[in-house]
Design a binder for this molecule. Sequence first.
Ligand code: WTA
Length: 645
Amino acid sequence: MEANPFPAVRPIDTPMEADDSVEPPVSFREQANRVNRDFRSQTADTSWDRATDVLDWYESYESVRAGDDPPFDWYTGGRLNACYECLDRHLDARKNRLALRWEGELGETRSYTYLDLYREVNAIAGALRDLGVETGDVVTLYMPVLPELVASMLACARLGAPHNVVFAGLSADALAARMDRADSACLITCDGYYRRGDAINQKRRADNARMALDHELHDTVVVERLGEPSLGENQHSYDSLLTEYAGATVEPIIRRTDDVLFQLYTSGTTGEPKRVTHTTGGYLAHVAVTAQDVLDITPEDTYWCTADIGWITGHSYVVYGPLALGTTTVMYEGTPDHPDPDRIWSIVERNAVDVLYTTPTAIRSFMKGDEASPDEHDLSSLRLLGTVGKPIDPSTWEWYYTHVGDEDCPVVDTWWQTETGGILVSTLPGIDVMKPGSAGPSLPGVEAAVVDSDRQELPPGERGLLAIRTPWPGMARELADASEWGRSAAGEEWMYLPGDEAVMDEDGYITLLGRVDDGLTVDGQRIGTTEIERAIVSVDGVAEAAVIGIDRPLTTAVHAYVSPTLRTDIDPLRDAVRDAVEDTFGPELTFDQIVFTPDLPKTRSGKIMRRMLVAIATGREYGDTSALRNPEIVGELERHDDSET
Ligand code: WTA
């Protein structure tokens, strides 16, 4: 076996010492969906066989999984419809219970019972069918977090027409490229929406995309969000269709488990966007089972996942998981710190949210100033807190646990990806101890390991690549089909390498260290940018940090972008940051530049756009900034650049 190419620069202070672990609060355990330790020792087959409990199949499947090699066949023989699972089957028991509670950026609210949503979905499905949408046709959806987006997704699912949601902030060109690739002839969009107080003209972008298409767009349906949209040829008002088709019922199309439910492109914070396709049976079962086990959702809950539906987290844990379980899902159109920094807490308070699922980036932005303090809101309805999207460092974890959860709510740090469809690594909140900074063990039925670049397993404590060694139901079709994702050589076991660096402790807890493609090589040592960021944010007075490496002929220049908390004096902070990094990584790691900035460029899903920082630092074209939540920061950073070395 070759030497591990990912040696620890210093012994990593994570995984945590045993006494850093936190037991789940007793009050939570007493009511949790899963409390029995035996639950952890299930086989993969028993674990994923829970698809029979969480879904109502038209025809039961014959086997949970067929085949040990790609393509894996999940729930063979089963027949279902995802819209039926999310709506129809709930009508008997809870037709008048709320399915959606929506809040717009301007503060307006709308609520839909399961019956309301069922009626709207049927009307839209009837309209789409009459517009010529057939089972298998791809329908593109291009709008922000609006109830109509959920209704359109479910209408597509009802017809067996895969949806192709394009994040509302993406440009006309990005929309056209995604529609061309899918040969999608039907688009549902909106006239516009509000973003940080500005009205955005979405229809203009959609019209521009139509001009740029290589194929013909048959129909466009336009949701009215801002006012009267002006409609051209083959453009229909969503509201008029609702009126016209009021009372229509459309039988759900019975689907095979491997029929496509939707396609989606990953956020593309690094490199080119990649198309991922998810199936009806495996995907839906995976998100429903994990929403129940990890997010602890029950039908009585009011649950809020702050993600945008334009990305996978919104698909899986705003729409499909919670609605499959019959809960009330809260949706917010805007960004959680607009117009006031405490918007997130007031939404939790107003809706008496039981379970909150958000990102470490969002949490850190609320740690910045005391005026956004959660202490000033009644958050006592909260029972469980979740995070996703990037590693949560221990200090942010502590803050979330203490200030938001009042030390009474477990925190689940859930690791997964667009490609995995649903959560694969997390503690089970009523069963496992939590280790702040570590996502936790892989879920029952999922075998994870840390391997070197030859795919050889590494012992606990050694950093390497995260590997998933067993297939799971929510795996994207590309992943299940294409052997290049898995096998490297004939005869080897299948494994999936998601592109994350990680270290596992003796208890199987996995600490994520960042994306492989964000790694830096400093003096021949590979260091994850996340680790450096973790050292920086451990400094008092630092709210957020992003680190990038810029390759030069002989070395890599390291730049840090640091966002301080309010009223922090920059000069001492600069020294404190340098000291903290030197303490952790030794004197070889020095910064070529530290830039202090009020904010970092982020996608609407909260990911820091390192690509943008690299472009600014190297003076390269940074192209389209429309995917940014805060495009104004780019100009700000350009001015700051060169300010300090
Ligand atoms: C990162 C979002 C650390 C990881 C669901 C992964 C995380 C990428 C975590 C997928 C976590 C997600 N801890 N890192 N709990 N969750 N990531 O496809 O690098 O937008 O590969 O899916 O986010 O991002 P994606």
